[in-house]
Design a binder for this molecule. Structure first.
Ligand SMILES: Nc1nc2c(c(=O)[nH]1)N[C@H]1C(S)=C(S)[C@@H](COP(=O)(O)OP(=O)(O)OC[C@H]3O[C@@H](n4cnc5c(N)ncnc54)[C@H](O)[C@@H]3O)O[C@H]1N2
Ligand code: MOO
Length: 401
């Protein structure tokens, strides 16, 4: 019998949070950088706006030189994109369009709806017009040399637009890690092949590739190993030498054919923890070799994915510069729930209209409930009974967060 050395979920998560890893950076074309984290601060290389410009279609003139009742002589027009700076004298106006450079000698634009032009003479009927109205001044959004975005900014769609507006073509972002999957199990058959008695279709590599791809991770290698220690060691060595992060599936429990922990030890992976007080995913293994996180995900596909979301996802996000976990909050239960084990339970559930419903089919060999859930409910190790409408912690799955 082995010593029962299970650790609590929070302890396991705290150990992982303490781990620091060297993060690589990469210069990406700006159009591919959405959703990434900026690796260094960016300084504005130009003013935005780059010149005083009109924010309306109308007429530009010098406000202080004009009195109510005066007409102005229209001397020409400036569309957006005109490259020469024209001059306007007092008593004159220039037809201008949105985004056009304001001519020298003007400071105000009257909207065309509030004036009329006939034979080059402009009659103004301003509505609360003040000096400087409808003018966008140079550098009022950001000045040349100012901080455009600090390091570690999340590049949302607007940030990409902001940087494009400043003229950036490429940006430095944290690289997403290269991930190696090591799929263990003699019983596994590839989908598309006939299934013999005793075999199961290998589901976890496809599932993890989908999850990793959704995270923007594109360097994914899949290795396979039979349940033989020497081969597991060999495959793990290859996986370690060709990736930043290694995820093994299966073979992490205590059976005679579970070699993942031994193989990890043999390959110099330092154990962070093995076995967590949770269901599913109790036999979870986490370790690191130098700067490489290594996870042994318990083989049942539902355990694989639960452990991936709870433990691997935050580590991968941290690698890519993201500080966050899954979106987590509390919601009332739609029905009472009785726990059967003194473990933290992660249960497939649907959160809708402010209420969370725990689904049936929770056993870790069953994927049918996982396939239709949008969150995992986390029930506490020490609590046995949950009442109707009792608040429980829910973790929204990444696609819903
Ligand atoms: N005596 C004990 N037995 C088990 C314990 C325990 O504490 N004591 N824990 C159980 C729990 S909980 C889990 S979870 C499993 C995890 O074991 P392994 O990581 O060694 O996983 P396997 O035995 O290799 O596989 C478990 C199950 O999942 C199927 N599987 C594995 N890989 C895939 C895949 N890529 N695609 C589809 N299905 C897969 C496999 O056929 C098994 O049915 O251990 C329990 N046992
Ligand atoms: O926890 Mo295991 O992951 O029940 O099947």
């Amino acid at each position: 019998m082995i010593k029962d050395s299970l650790i609590a979920v929070e302890e396991a998560k705290a150990i992982l949070r303490q781990q620091e890893y060297m993060r690589k950076t990469v210069q990406l074309p700006l159009k591919e950088a959405g959703g990434r984290i900026l690796a260094t601060s960016l300084i504005a290389p130009v003013n935005i706006p780059a010149f005083d410009q009109s924010s309306m279609d109308g007429y530009a003139f010098a406000y202080d030189a004009w009195k109510t009742g005066d007409t102005l002589r229209v001397i020409g027009e400036v569309p957006a994109g005109r490259k020469d700076l024209l001059h306007v004298n007092n008593g004159e106006a220039m037809r201008v369009f949105t985004g056009a450079p304001l001519p020298d000698g003007t400071d105000t634009v009257i909207m065309q709806e509030h004036c009329s032009e006939e034979n080059g003479i402009l009659t103004l009927s301003p509505k609360n017009l003040k000096a400087g109205d409808n003018r966008r001044r140079i550098g009022t959004d950001i000045r040349h040399g100012d901080l455009a975005l600090p390091a570690n900014s999340f590049l949302n769609d607007a940030a990409v637009g902001f940087l494009a507006g400043l003229g950036f073509c490429t940006v430095p972002v944290y690289a997403t890690p290269a991930v190696a999957l090591v799929i263990t199990g003699d019983e596994l058959q590839q989908p598309g092949e006939p299934l013999d008695f005793g075999q199961v279709y290998e589901a976890s590599s496809t599932m993890l590739q989908a999850a990793l791809t959704r995270m923007g991770i594109s360097q994914i290698k899949v290795f396979r190993s039979p349940d033989i220690l020497e081969e597991t060691i060999q495959v793990l060595q290859t996986a370690l030498s060709s990736s930043d992060v290694v995820l093994l599936t299966g073979g992490v429990s205590v059976g005679n054919y579970d070699f993942v922990v031994k193989a990890a030890e043999h390959c110099g992976v330092q154990k962070l923890f093995h076995r967590v007080k949770q269901r599913p995913g109790k036999p979870l293994f986490a370790g690191r070799k130098d700067d490489q996180p290594v996870f042994g995900l318990p083989g049942n596909p539902s355990s694989v994915l639960t452990c991936f979301y709870q433990y691997v996802w935050p580590v991968l996000r941290k690698f890519s510069g993201h500080p966050d976990n899954l979106v987590t909050f509390t919601a009332p239960l739609s029905t009472p729930f009785e726990k059967t084990v003194p473990l933290t339970q992660f249960l497939k559930a649907v959160y809708k209209d402010g209420v969370v419903e725990i689904l049936s089919a929770q056993e870790s060999y069953r994927m049918s409930s996982f396939a239709v859930c949008n969150c995992l409910v986390e029930l506490k190790e020490e609590v046995r009974n949950y009442n109707h409408q009792e608040l429980v912690t829910i973790h929204l799955l990444p696609s819903y967060g």
